[in-house]
Design a protein. Sequence first.
Length: 103
Amino acid sequence: MFAVIETGGKQYIVGENQKLKIEKLPAKVGESVVFNKVLLIADGDAVKVGRPYLDGVSVEAGLIAQGRAKKIHILRYHSKTRRRRHKGHRQLFSEVEIKSIKK
C-alpha cells in the first residue's frame, strides 16, 4: 500500500515504514505528525484518487530529526566585466518515518 501526500508545496510517494526528508515542519523531534492532504491511495488494484484531496484519509508519521542539508554554492559570473557573485545556502529539512496510512 502506498499514498501520495502533499507537504511543503511538494508531492511525495510514501509507504509504511519509509523514511524521507521533507521541508521543515514546526514540530519537535519525537512528536507525531499527521498529513491530511492525501492526493492518492493505492492498495493492490484498488486505487482512489482525490479531487484534489481524499476525505477521511490521513498519513501518520513520526518526526525523527530536524536538520540542514548540504551546502549548495551559487555563483553568478558576468564575462568581460570581472564581476562575480558567490552565495551559499543550506535548506532546512525534517526527517520523518511513515507509521501508518489510515483510510
